[in-house]
Design a protein around this ligand. Structure first.
Ligand code: LCS
Length: 395
């Protein structure tokens, strides 16, 4: 196998998921099998004991799954990846691998709604307490640490407010206190941001988004940076069972091949849309880390290679104006999710973050009037023209 780790990320996207085998296949095939036969009883026992490497049962490992796990681990500069059935399964695997009854965790206030729900409504039932803070201010994290804190879980930029947390400073603070740092890197993809390079211990992705990129798969992944964590997470994944299947792994590996060029276009399109929105008289404010007006503009530039494809904004006319815009767009699709080739528009307060209590939502900066766009790879001028005609309908 080529040493893909030494290559540029653009090259890694194309080559890192290929498993070289005796057939000479150029693409890793779909090993659509639930189980693998043993040569004899001793071979089966050796595989189970770990003395011999090989495949046993697809929940525990599968070549197609491994190909996408390898690709993302290489891109994240991690040790290994564990494919999951969804981004939520990846967050669940991460949290339940690192905290247990009596432990405490700190979580960004601006996170994907169900991630907050997982901490608040599921982990709490197993004796794990969570404090939600605005992690874009390191003092808030420091102030929330208790002797029981075992995990800091951040999203940066956060969904949907785009608040940026300093990964390096948070990792230092975490490690000084014997705490692990997990970063949900879904909004950036490893092309733009590699949290392990800044000291994070675990990276989580919803591969449903940029990594797959074509809005036809729900999948997730966890990337860790050492053998001990890998063995622990792999065991936990086997018990929890929220693993990815071979067909979805194949589709995500296929998507990753064009990740680098897609991300380039997502960023340049989003920059154009953000600049357009920022100067529009109907727009109150735009939250996009590529704009100088973003409160953590410099911090984001330090830790990421680009601003990404997500834009949040508020209209002067609040939610009523937002509804007119969202009901008027013709090219942008009114739908949740993000990171696909097509541009999507949605209303976090009533959609992606509707599972949060209103007070918690407002505290996180997710106002009723906030609108989020996932900018796709279409022609930017046509996207702007679509917004223009929609905004013109607001009186
Ligand atoms: N992490 C982030 C940052 C997300 O945005 C999402 C989903 C997840 C994790 C969960 O991933 P999933 O289980 O869906 O693969 N975010 C969505 C959103 O903003 N709109 O629809 C889904």
């Amino acid at each position: 196998m080529k040493d893909v780790r030494k290559h540029h990320p653009d090259t890694q996207c194309v080559h890192a998921s290929l498993i070289h085998d005796e057939t000479g296949c150029v693409v890793t095939p779909i090993y659509q099998t639930s189980t693998f036969s043993f040569r004899n009883v001793d071979h089966g026992a050796a595989l189970f004991s770990g003395k011999v490497k090989g495949y046993i049962y697809t929940r525990m490992g599968n070549p197609t799954v491994e190909s996408v796990e390898t690709a993302v681990a290489v891109l994240e500069k991690g040790y290994a990846g564990i494919g999951c059935a969804s981004g939520m399964a990846a967050s669940h695997l991460t949290i339940s691998s690192l905290v247990g009854a009596g432990d405490h965790m700190i979580c960004s206030r601006a996170v994907y709604g169900p991630t907050a729900g997982l901490a608040r409504n599921v982990m709490s039932r197993f004796g794990v307490k969570t404090t939600f803070v605005d992690t874009s201010d390191i003092a808030n994290i420091a102030g929330a640490i208790t002797p029981e804190t075992k995990l800091i879980f951040i999203e940066t930029p956060g969904n949907p407010t785009m608040a940026v947390t300093d990964i390096e400073a948070t990792a230092r603070l975490a490690h000084d206190n014997g705490i692990k740092l997990a970063v949900d890197n879904t909004f950036m993809s490893p092309i733009l941001q590699r949290p392990l390079e800044w000291g994070a211990d675990v990276v989580v992705h919803s591969m449903t988004k940029f990594l797959n990129g074509h809005a036809d798969v729900v999948a997730g992944i966890v990337v860790v940076n050492n053998e001990e964590d890998y063995q622990h997470f792999r065991r936990m994944s086997n018990y929890l069972g929220g693993t990815i299947d071979p067909f979805n792994s194949f589709l995500v590996a296929r998507g990753i091949k064009t990740l680098a060029i897609r991300i380039e276009r997502h960023c340049s399109n989003a920059m154009k849309l953000a600049q357009y929105l920022e100067q529009h008289p109907q727009v109150e404010r735009v939250m996009y880390p590529g704009l100088k007006s973003h409160p953590q503009y410099d911090r984001h530039r330090k830790q990421a290679r680009g601003p990404g494809g997500l834009i949040s904004f508020e209209l002067k006319g609040g939610i009523e104006a937002g509804k007119i815009l969202m009901n008027s767009v013709e090219l942008l699709v009114l739908a949740v999710s993000l990171g696909g080739v097509e541009s999507l528009i949605q209303h976090p307060a009533s959609m992606t973050h509707s599972s949060m209590e209103r007070a918690d939502r407002l505290q996180a900066g997710i106002t009723d009037g906030l609108v989020r766009i996932s900018v796709g790879i279409e022609d930017a001028d046509e996207l702007i023209a679509d917004l223009e005609q929609g905004l013109a309908k607001i009186k």
